[in-house]
Design a protein around this ligand. Structure first.
Ligand code: SF4
Length: 449
């Protein structure tokens, strides 16, 4: 979601004649779009801004700003120890950033900011802000795009800072979203990922159920209708609200990608309750089974927190057992990170960092072993891959994804960028598949230099 918000801000600046700089040393405006979900993300952004401060003395005309969740949570306190920061803009005001940048540049040009230092802080809430993330600055041959369909979350999981930083749930209309996707498809995008903090509960406060279908399923159907669109993904859903109409959508809507990222967070019912996740491990497992029944071969990934306050070794072993039973294709495992102002941060029985580290390590091993086993079975098979971009590590390779969201690396020319290519898998690790394109249209080892 941050990536998508950053794109919107970039678009609004490019519209006014700005250009992307190759790096911050060449930029006249440096904006850090921040994440607050873990303390490490906060610290990284602060560290980066401190480092940029050294540059501020040599290049006083440069505008420095914090955007996003940390800006929302900390507001003007961010200016205290970072005097070179000019701008702090929260999560509902991204669309004002370009105006503020212009204002700040004008003031710097006329030296109106010399003393006292002038800065702009805007962390106001704004009705309708969910509809302001709607334009995209696509790169040449860009085949995939994020589409923000809602903002905020009312779930109040006890570890999570998102309801504070992103506000209450607010959804865009189906018409608005479909219009955005149509424009993307007309510019050759083939896959969209619908984004929301609790995406499957899209529209529950604004729109009615129709024919027993939730607003989210109605939206999926409307997006699915768009000719030229090949794949639809969404992230992230909550097991609560993952109702039968959505499971049935996997049977009816072939463009719906064959991958579901479904955060479980813990395999212990005691910890799930303390997290306020409002489902049990048994219900989660049953839901996964029903999704697998609806769509054969679907890949399932998840998020897990280890070391939540009060998590005993027995609780942790229940999480491990759930991972082994579900056999996730992959999982993001996080050590619990206390966030100021959340109920879990105040809970007794905080877990020692060394215990969190050991559980994190143990669970990652299980996850990685399963991922290797699952991916090894794909060797020898051919999959349709949407070719996204050149590989980061090897300029002779391209990178794409299967419908199951597996990363595939293969040799091929730039002509394949943005296209669907059948690739035969020859080798697999837990993270990536390696293969060769098959079929007449695919050059086998053409190399782009
Ligand atoms: S559902 Fe997700 S975004 Fe909402 S409070 Fe829970 S973890 Fe945070």
């Amino acid at each position: 979601m941050n990536e998508r918000d950053s794109e919107q801000v970039a678009h609004s600046l490019i519209e006014r004649g700005y250009e992307r700089a190759a790096n911050e040393l060449e930029a006249d405006v440096v904006l850090l779009n921040t994440c607050s979900v873990r303390d490490m993300a906060d610290q990284k952004a602060l560290g980066k801004m401190r480092m940029l401060g050294r540059m501020a003395n040599e290049r006083p005309h440069v505008i420095f700003g914090f955007l996003g969740c940390m800006a929302q949570a900390r507001g003007d306190s961010l200016l205290k120890n970072l005097p070179h920061v000019d701008l702090v803009v929260g999560t509902q005001r991204f669309h004002r950033v370009a105006d503020y940048v212009e204002d700040l540049r004008q003031r710097k040009r006329t030296r109106a900011m010399d003393d006292p230092r002038f800065s702009i802080v805007d962390i106001e809430e704004e009705t309708g802000s969910q509809s302001t993330i709607r334009e995209q600055q696509l790169l040449p041959k860009q085949a995939t795009a994020f589409v923000s369909i809602m903002q905020g979350c009312n779930m109040r999981c006890t570890f999570c800072i998102v309801p504070q930083t992103r506000g209450a749930e607010r959804s865009r209309t189906i018409e608005e979203i479909v219009d955005e996707v149509r424009v993307l498809v007309s510019r050759d995008v083939k896959e969209v990922t619908l984004l929301g903090q609790i995406v499957n509960l899209y529209g529950r406060h604004e729109f009615e159920k129709l024919d027993n279908k939730s607003p989210f399923v109605q939206l999926l159907e409307a997006v699915h209708e768009i000719g030229g669109l090949e794949r639809v993904r969404f992230t992230s859903p909550h097991p609560i609200g993952f109702s039968d109409d959505l499971i049935d959508a996997y049977r009816r809507l072939p463009k719906l990608a064959c991958h579901l990222h479904l955060p479980v967070q813990s395999g212990s019912n005691k910890i799930l309750k303390a997290m306020h996740r409002t489902y049990t491990a048994e219900k989660y497992i049953d839901l996964v089974q029903r999704v697998r029944d609806a769509r054969r071969g679907i890949a399932i990934t998840t998020d897990i927190i280890v070391g939540f306050p009060g998590e005993t070794e027995a609780d942790f072993q229940q999480t491990r057992a759930l991972v082994e039973q579900v056999r996730f294709d992959n999982a993001f495992v996080f050590r619990y990170s206390a966030r100021r102002g959340t109920p879990a941060a105040e809970m007794a029985e905080q877990i020692d960092e060394s215990v969190k580290e050991q559980r994190n390590h143990e669970l990652l091993e299980v996850v990685n072993q399963l991922a290797v086993q699952i991916n090894q079975r794909l060797v020898g098979q051919t999959f349709e891959v949407l070719c996204e971009k050149p590989s980061k590590t090897n300029p002779f390779r391209l990178m794409g994804r299967t419908r199951t969201n597996k990363i595939v690396l293969f040799e091929g020319s730039d002509e394949l960028l943005g296209k669907l290519v059948d690739v035969r898998i020859e080798r697999a690790t837990g993270f990536s598949l390696y293969g060769t394109p098959v079929g007449a249209a695919a050059p086998i080892t053409a190399i782009a230099i």
